[in-house]
Design a binder for this molecule. Structure first.
Ligand code: CA
Length: 200
């Protein structure tokens, strides 16, 4: 069987460099202008683009804000289905500005169907830490090795958001500060092996 990677000797370094910085398979993980590519999971989750909050302080990018859309359901969820997989093991993570949210996580689930349909055949999760006032980076410690037969992966970002308690008639129960998400990554960690190269 022909190797998947075909590199001439002179191009070896270029190929290795490409593999060392594997492509981020998340679409619109940096939220430069909108929240395109992301789907709301939990029924009462509201998401929107916020140009004033960027994890890296960029004034040409923003982030995705998440909050409850009805002031009562505080289980938030947003996800993206990745269909163009390019490896067998992946690292994933993101940056979050949690504000008052008291749980937070990212779960990537593997599916044997190409569109993230059917039952998950394996998953990996990362959580927190919570409680900080600034942006925190959350990154998987060990690679997520997807099961054989995986054709798609759905990565979901979840949080619970405590609702603001009523203090007076002018400060009723309602909307807590939003949670902000930025720099979402899901990328292959597969090493490049010598068997992958043709040297001519
Ligand atoms: Ca950004």
């Amino acid at each position: 069987m022909k190797p998947f990677y075909v590199c001439t000797f002179s191009a070896l370094l270029a190929c290795a460099a490409t593999a060392a910085s594997a492509a981020n398979l998340i679409v619109n993980g940096t939220f430069d202008a909108n929240v395109d590519g992301w789907s709301v999971g939990a029924s009462a989750t509201s998401i929107w683009f916020d140009s004033s909050q960027d994890a890296d302080g960029s004034n040409t990018s923003g982030s995705m804000a998440m909050s409850t859309s009805n002031g009562s359901n505080a289980n938030l969820s947003v996800s993206q289905c990745i269909t163009a997989l390019d490896g067998t093991s992946y690292s994933f993570g993101l940056k979050v500005l949690p504000n008052t949210s008291n749980t937070f996580g990212m779960t990537c689930s593997a599916f044997a169907e190409a569109d993230c349909g059917g039952a998950s055949i394996g998953d990996a999760s990362i959580n927190g830490p919570m409680g900080g006032k600034g942006w925190v980076t959350v990154q998987s410690d060990t690679p997520f090795v997807v099961p054989s037969g995986t054709l798609s992966v759905s990565c979901s970002i979840t949080s619970t958001q405590p609702l603001r308690q009523a203090k007076s008639a002018s400060q009723p129960n309602g909307f807590a500060p939003a949670i902000y998400v930025d720099d979402v990554v899901f990328a292959s960690t597969d090493p490049v092996t010598l068997q992958s190269f043709d040297v001519d």
